[in-house]
Structures are given as C-alpha cells and as structure tokens.
Ligand binder design. Structure first.
Ligand SMILES: Cc1cc2nc3c(=O)[nH]c(=O)nc-3n(C[C@H](O)[C@H](O)[C@H](O)COP(=O)(O)OP(=O)(O)OC[C@H]3O[C@@H](n4cnc5c(N)ncnc54)[C@H](O)[C@@H]3O)c2cc1C
Length: 403
C-alpha cells in the first residue's frame, strides 16, 4: 500500500517463478496480482516438465493451488501476453508487469540430418499431455533409441522409455503416451555425452533416482569413470557421481528381460540418418571434447536431442541472444535505462538452470526490486480499474473468466 493506493501487478506466465512471485507480492498489504497464462492449464514446467513418475515433485502444484486461493490473486488462462494483450495495455491497469515466461524453445543440434531427430522437450511435453504436443507421435518400433545430451531431462526421458508401462500406469502420464509406450519395442536407450563421466550434466539425485527405478539395467560405456578427473580438486558432487558411475562401468545386461540404459561417453554426434546416429569418438583436451578421428554408427529408430532449453524474445523487451535471457538488474528489465514497468523472474531472467525451488529466491529478488520501485514512486499509478481490464480481455477474444 502506497498512501492508500494498493499495489497492482500483472504476471505473464504461471510457472514456478510466477507463482513464487505472486506469493511474495501478496505479502504486501492490499496487493492485487493478475496472472496471465497462455495455456489452459497453469503452473508451467511443474506440470508439463516434471516427470509423471516423480509425484512428490509434482505435488508442488498443491502449494501453487494454495497461493492461487489467496485474496487478491486472479488467474486468466488462455491469455498470451504480447498477442492477446500488450505490455502497454497491462500498464493501464497495473503498476508493473513481471515476465515469468520461462525458456520454451530448444537448443538445436547443428549437424547434418538434425531435422530427423526429435527433441526431449517435445517428448516430455507429449508424455505430460502438454496441449501443444498431445498429438505427436514418436517411433518406438526400433530396438534402440538414442538421446544426445546427458542432463537431468535426458535421464528423465531415458527412464520413461525404459520403464515398465505397468509402473507408469498409476501416474499422471498422458493416456495416449502410455498407450504408445505399451507397444514400444525399445530395449536399449543410449544416452550420449560428448565429454567424460566427470562432465556428466545430470545430478547425483537424478542418477540415484534412475538406479532406484525397478526393472531397468544401467551401464556406463566409452570412458573409464575410474580415471582421475582433470580438475585437481573436483566438487564433492562430481566425486560422488564418479563413485556411482564406477559401479556401472561395463556392466553386462542382467539377462532378466530388463530394458537397458547405456550412459555413453566421449561420443559427439556428427550426422543423423534414417539408420541412426554417426558419432565421432572424442578425447578430452583441456576439458574440451576433441575428435580422435574414429567414428561409429549407432543404429536407432528414435533419436532425441536433449541439449538444453532456450528463452525466446519477449515482444518489446531487450533480449540477449547469446544467453537466451532478458537483460535485467535484480529483476528490473534493462541494464541501462529500465523498460517502464517491466520485470523478469525465473528461467527468462537467469537462463534454464536450477530446480523449482531455485525460482523462489529468484522471484523474491525481483519482487523486492519491484516493491522498492513502487515505494519510491518510480511506478506511476495505473489509470484504469481492474474491472476495465476484464472488459478489455473480453473484447479481445473469448477468454476464460479468472479462476
Ligand atoms: C523436462 C523438465 C523436467 C524438470 N524436472 C524438474 C524436477 O523434477 N524437479 C525440479 O525441481 N525442477 C525440474 N525442472 C526445472 C523446473 O521445471 C524449472 O526450474 C521451472 O519450471 C522454471 O520456472 P519458470 O516459471 O521460469 O518457467 P516455466 O515453468 O516454463 O513457466 C513459464 C510459463 O509461462 C507461460 N508463458 C510463456 N509465454 C507466455 C506469454 N507470452 N503469456 C502468458 N504465458 C506465457 C508458459 O506456458 C508456462 O506456463 C524440470 C525442467 C524440465 C524442462
């Protein structure tokens, strides 16, 4: 409250960063928060990214439901900021707009035949029933799949492909994906990394989760996890990871019909063909993967790249194409002259890294900056009423009423 004037904020997106920002804003007495989500389902990757067989993580949606139920909170779904309503229009009704729009595009492989590969992003969206990807199909008819990249998302996808469908049946997985996985002929999933075991991008917790999943064999191939890492004093997490990978080195199939995940190292994709992936064998030189001159074709039906997410430009805001983020200072958009009333939080602010919880401190920083600007009279009072916003949105298109 500023001299009796309640703070009014619009948030674009309803993922973790948006919901944590809303929660923080609603601690300001009298504050009102309008959240605009382009999809018909809220909560971003907490719903459309987190794997269906990780129910404890997905339970964060219950927390977001409680935040949504607070006085002063409204959610407009099916409204895309920039398309259905502009930044300037939102500022007619709010002191500020926080963009928490995530990083919705993929980094793409830059090799011949890359178009023949799908992306882990699409595959994840498909098994989670994301409305934009619900009708996709994937080739599950071949005995081997290859995933290029070895971060947590790659392990999620490998685990879902390797899981007994009966285990997935009790989860939130999209019914069409479960049906397709029931007919899958995939027996082996190769998860390929250009560098060595010490540079694996997945976390210890994700690897532990994979090893604890029943009915899946996991093996390491292509590099020796017992070799000393380049780094003289590697972080504790790397030491722990290497210890776990050593146990899996060259492990033979258990022979009891389990599907197998092979963590393949020192393999850089050179070309993708209808037959599979041609990999250049690499060696590590000063931490970089350098081709040795040898290559190998790994036959596969399904090929997915999983080499990271990327933010898209937001209409009217500056954009750093190198990092895929909106330049900002502690959440306020712009590094020189700020863009009037514009703030960012979450992956579009700091890039596609970190857990759901990381967005909480990120959103808190943004909200602190915004509330300071409000208290210091740097955010002019919006001329129009909240009711006028409802009328504006109704006039634009048939949008659902706030929940
Ligand atoms: C496949 C995958 C699995 C993951 N699994 C885990 C996990 O198990 N545990 C964990 O802690 N973290 C996990 N993460 C990380 C976590 O999901 C992210 O840290 C978090 O979702 C980022 O939050 P965000 O709000 O910035 O973006 P997002 O979650 O992407 O939310 C952005 C939202 O904005 C909406 N939007 C975009 N543009 C507009 C617009 N113009 N107008 C209106 N709405 C718009 C989008 O539809 C979306 O709902 C995972 C990430 C991925 C990709």
């Amino acid at each position: 409250m500023r001299g009796g004037e309640p703070l009014r904020v619009a948030i674009a997106g309803s993922g973790p960063a948006a919901m944590f920002a809303a929660d923080e804003l609603l601690t300001v007495p009298g504050a009102r928060v309008d959240v605009f989500e382009r999809l018909t389902v809220p909560y971003g990757l907490a719903r459309t990214g987190v794997a269906p067989d990780h129910p404890n993580t997905r339970r964060v949606a219950d927390l977001f439901d409680r935040i949504s139920a607070q006085d002063g909170f409204r959610l407009f779904h099916g409204v895309e900021v920039g398309r259905d309503v502009t930044h300037e229009e939102l500022l007619e009704h709010h002191h500020a707009v926080i963009y928490a729009v995530g990083a919705s595009s993929d980094r793409r492989l830059d090799v011949p035949g890359a178009d023949l590969a799908g992306t882990a992003t699409e595959f994840v969206a498909w098994y989670n029933g994301h409305p934009d990807h619900a009708h996709r199909t994937f080739d599950l008819s071949h005995r081997r799949a290859v995933i290029v990249g070895n971060g947590n998302v790659a392990l999620d996808v490998a685990r879902i492909l390797a899981s007994d469908p009966a285990r997935l049946a009790g989860t939130d997985i999209a019914p069409a994906a479960l049906d397709a996985l029931r007919g899958s002929r995939i027996e082996e999933i190769v998860v390929a990394g250009r560098r060595g075991p010490a540079q694996s991008a997945f976390t210890v917790a994700e690897l532990r989760g994979l090893l604890d999943t029943p009915g899946i064999d996991v093996a390491v191939e292509g590099a020796d996890p017992a070799a000393e890492p380049d780094d003289a004093s590697p972080p504790h997490s790397t030491v722990h990871k290497l210890r776990m990978l050593r146990e899996l080195d060259g492990r033979a199939p258990s022979g009891n019909g389990n599907r197998r995940i092979v963590l393949r190292y020192l393999a850089s994709p050179e070309r993708i063909t209808d037959e599979g992936v041609e990999f250049a064998r690499t060696e590590l030189v000063d931490g970089r993967a350098v081709p040795t001159g040898e290559s190998e074709v790994v036959a596969a039906g399904l090929v997915l790249s999983s080499i990271g997410y990327r933010g898209r430009p937001v209409p009217g805001l500056p954009f750093d194409a190198a990092t895929g983020t909106v330049p900002n200072l502690a959440g306020r958009v712009g590094t020189g002259e700020p863009v009037a009333g514009a703030y960012v939080a979450g992956w579009i602010k700091r890039g596609p890294t970190g857990f759901i919880g990381t967005n909480k401190s990120c959103a808190r920083e943004t909200v602190r900056t915004l509330v300071d600007d409000f208290n210091e009279h740097r955010l002019p009072a919006p001329p129009a009423s909240p009711e006028a916003l409802d009328r504006l949105l109704r006039s634009r298109r048939e949008v659902p009423q706030p929940a």
